[in-house]
Structures are given as structure tokens and as C-alpha cells.
Design a protein around this ligand. Structure first.
Ligand code: GNR
Ligand code: NI
Length: 171
């Protein structure tokens, strides 16, 4: 297994729309395992393949307290949603920034597991927020897109400065 590099805002590669998985082979399983290892290493509650520069519709999540109940959603689709709630969000691709974002309160999602088997899941609370946040990544969207352009620019300026100091290329 390996820990993958996470792209950071404003990296343009985070704006790529991911493609559906059509073949469920060993490469998908390796990707899922590496994403799980990366998510746990970075202490995130979720990770989308887009964040590790793989533009396929794969998400891993673990919102459990003991970090031993992971979920893997491939080609996820929201089939029902209702309500609205505001939660403070962060993102491993926007390190160090936390802002309030509105999301649907309850969602019902259809997805496939790592073997291509379809399943449905209903979610509320942090799991619901996390699934919506990760699904946004697969469409090239980030939580900062929901903020005012003033806040988004301020975050960009601060991260640009850090990336410059680190000699990091964010394309
Ligand atoms: O670790 C994460 N925490 C989090 C908190 C509130 C709302 C969403 C998230 S997801 C984030 C990990 C991440 O960036 N996933 O894309
Ligand atoms: Ni994120």
C-alpha cells in the first residue's frame, strides 16, 4: 500500500470531472486501498480520487469514532435528498481553513462497492455532509466555491504563499 499525494487548492487538476468506473479489476482495489491508507494517514473523514489526481468516480469515507468502519462508494448518485443544514467543513485539499456550508440534511445514495456490486445507503449528519462533499470533488467542485469570492480569494492568497514557500507546484 502507499500514501498518495493530495492536490491542494487552487490546483487546476482539482477541477477535473471524474469518469465512471466500468471495469472492476485489481487496479480499482489497489486505488481504493491506497486511498484508504492516505485518508487515515491524513486523518480525514473522507477522500475522493480527484484529490489524489485520479479522475475516476471513487470515494472512501470513515466517519466512525474508532476509524474502523470505512465505506467505499464507486459511481455514486444521489437519488433522494431533503432538508437543509449548515455545517462547518474542512478539506484536505484546502488545509487549515474551516467554513460553514449548506448541504441537504438527508440523502439516499446509490453506488457500487469495489467489486461492482450495487447498493443503496441513507445518510444524515456528518456522513451525509461528507458524501456530498466527496461527490462534489468528483465533479471538480470544492467547498470554497460556496463561499463569497472575497473569502475564496483570501484563502487562495494564503495558500499560494504557503505553496511558494514550500516550492510546491499547483499548476
Ligand atoms: O476530513 C474531512 N473533514 C470534513 C469535515 C467536514 C465536512 C467535510 C469533510 S471532508 C474532509 C476530508 C476531505 O477533504 N475530503 O474530500
Ligand atoms: Ni475535500
Amino acid at each position: 500500500m502507499s500514501i498518495l499525494t493530495i492536490l491542494e487548492f487552487p490546483d487546476k487538476r482539482l477541477r477535473t470531472k471524474a469518469k465512471e468506473i466500468t471495469v472492476f479489476d485489481g487496479k480499482v482495489k489497489t486505488l481504493v486501498n491506497n486511498m484508504l491508507e492516505t485518508m487515515y494517514d491524513y486523518k480525514g473523514v473522507g477522500l475522493a480520487a480527484t484529490q489524489v489526481n485520479v479522475h475516476q468516480r471513487v470515494i472512501v469515507i470513515d466517519v466512525s469514532e474508532d476509524k474502523n468502519e470505512h465505506l467505499c462508494l464507486i459511481n455514486p448518485l444521489i437519488i433522494e435528498k431533503d432538508g437543509e443544514e449548515e455545517t462547518e467543513e474542512g478539506c484536505l485539499s484546502v488545509p487549515g481553513f474551516f467554513e460553514m456550508v449548506y448541504r441537504a440534511e438527508h440523502i439516499k445514495v446509490k453506488a457500487m462497492d469495489k467489486d461492482g456490486k450495487p447498493f443503496e445507503i441513507e445518510a444524515k449528519g456528518l456522513l451525509s455532509v461528507c458524501i456530498q462533499h466527496e461527490m462534489d470533488h468528483l465533479d471538480g467542485k470544492l467547498f470554497v466555491d460556496y463561499l463569497s469570492s472575497f473569502k475564496r480569494k483570501r484563502i487562495k492568497t494564503k495558500l499560494d504563499k504557503i505553496h511558494k514557500q514550500e516550492g510546491k507546484n499547483t499548476k
